[in-house]
Design a protein around this ligand. Structure first.
Ligand code: CMX
Length: 434
């Protein structure tokens, strides 16, 4: 058994016993009251799921196993010469609640590299898709096609015991995360670089190698990828991509099917696709205004016009957060260090000044502040990754770290099939009368 799996097994066994005892003693205790507004309102705030890997506070933002993003930037192992954390370290932390050593993250980089080959039929599936297929549809199709390799599905068909579900899910998780950069880079080079693919560099880490296979040689871009793939990894369990992965996984679908479900949900414009929508919005504004250095007044006018047309301002607002997203701030700090003179980055910063007061003035937007998607595109454009339809794939590769480590926990703790209760409008009519 590998070192990480052994650690996970020991942790999970203890926590399994602890939570069963808690349930036995306190299972009837009420945790929440649900209001009718929440029944109609997308279940906002209803406490209904266990998610060990991260926790989201409306004011403070995300904490991964108790660590904020600036703390992660300090405590997680880094590659020599870089000041951003390795996403391998975050995966380790989320899975076993320990900050790994340099040796441990190096082991994980090597382990993922060993598991990274993608099946020929997945390449054939991607090649068969027409060019106008959105990159997120391609990612989803590729992940579903790799289900044929699922250790969990194979062992389940042979009659695996319940007590081994976590083991097979761990194997699928490690294999799938290892393969995602290859799949994602293949989609990018196929779509935007005439199928001119780049072989992996086995000496690089998971994120650095992904940047390399996309075709970016710049060390700063590799550093950006390490930051990007760290901060997008998890946002507690209720967000749409995490919750979808969890829901599909609760049926004992494999990690591949569960993650593909999560990706289909990330592909919506109110969720992960917002990163492409933000840069599209900025490009349209630049084109309409005829300048890539618009004044605040010009930006305000464009924002108001967008709202008058009945559209949302992408990259702003959040279902939980009530302050600027620390993931936005982390990217801003990176950009302040390296990209101060970039016009497109400056537009993002001006939007940050202009948009919140306008959204506040509408009187209905609960969070007028930028979310993670408000910043990422401008930095990518600066480094030459301008094909914005691809941006959500980057988000998806990162999200795998959180939702799949959480899936390992769900299997280890033996969580049941998810099955909340729905009601009809007739039920509501009778309920309000009573
Ligand atoms: N621009 C314009 N209107 C907005 C808005 C925005 N950025 N954010 C919220 N609103 C509106 C809502 O559309 C809603 O209007 P109606 O009552 O007319 O339907 C009203 O304000 C209240 O919404 P809310 O309670 O503040 O926000 P929700 O929790 O319902 O939705 C979110 C959250 C993210 C979907 C929403 O803020 C939004 O659409 N933002 C733009 C898209 C975006 O950036 N999504 C990415 C989120 C991060 C991620 O998941 O990746």
């Amino acid at each position: 058994m590998d070192i990480l799996k052994e650690k996970f097994k020991n942790k999970a066994l203890n926590i399994f016993k602890e939570y069963r005892q808690i349930l036995k003693e306190f299972g009837d205790k009420k945790v929440d009251e649900v209001k009718l507004a929440q029944v109609f309102g997308g279940m906002r705030g209803v406490k209904s799921m266990i998610w060990e890997t991260s926790h989201l506070d409306p004011i403070e933002g995300i904490r991964f196993r108790g660590h904020s993003i600036p703390e992660l930037q300090k405590v997680l192992p880094k590659r020599e010469g870089d000041d951003q954390p390795l996403p391998e370290g975050l995966f380790w932390l989320m899975l076993v609640d320990e900050i790994p050593s340099h040796e441990e993250v190096n082991w994980l980089s090597d382990e993922w590299e060993k598991r990274a080959n993608i099946p020929d039929h997945t390449i054939a599936v991607l090649d068969a898709l027409p060019d106008h297929t959105h990159p997120m549809s391609q990612l989803s199709a590729a992940v579903v096609s790799m289900e044929s390799e699922s250790v969990f599905s194979g062992r389940y068909a042979e009659g695996m015991s319940k007590t081994d579900y976590w083991d097979a899910t761990y194997e699928d998780t490690m294999n799938l995360i290892a393969k995602l950069p290859r799949v994602a880079a293949y989609i990018y080079r196929k779509m935007y670089h005439d199928n001119d693919h780049i072989s992996p560099d086995h000496s690089l880490d998971w994120a650095g190698n992904f940047a390399h296979m996309l075709g970016f040689r710049d060390d700063q871009f590799k550093s950006l990828m390490r930051l990007y793939l760290t901060i997008h990894a998890d946002h507690e369990g209720g967000n749409a991509s995490a919750h979808t992965t969890h829901l599909v996984g609760s049926t004992l679908s494999s990690a591949y099917m569960s993650f593909a479900g999560g990706m289909n949900s990330l592909a919506g414009p109110l969720h992960g696709l917002a990163n492409q929508e933000v840069i599209k919005f900025i490009f349209e504004m630049i084109e309409e205004l005829g300048t890539d250095d618009p004044s605040s007044e010009q930006i305000a006018q464009f924002v108001r016009k967008t709202l008058d047309e009945g559209k949302v301002i992408p990259g702003y607002g959040h279902a939980v957060l009530r302050q600027p997203d620390p993931r936005f701030t982390a990217q801003r700090i990176f950009a302040e260090k390296y990209l101060k003179d970039s016009n497109i980055v400056n537009v993002v910063w001006k939007l940050f000044e202009v948009v919140p007061p306008i959204l506040k003035s509408l009187g209905k937007v609960k969070n007028p502040w930028p979310n993670v998607d408000a910043h990422s595109g401008a930095i990518l454009v600066h480094y030459g990754l301008k094909e914005y339809s691809y941006y959500t794939v980057l988000f998806g590769v990162s999200r795998a770290l959180g939702v799949l480590s959480a899936l390992c926990w769900s299997r280890a703790l033996g969580f049941p099939l998810e099955r909340p209760k729905s009601v009809t409008l007739q039920w509501v009519r009778e309920f309000v009368k009573s």
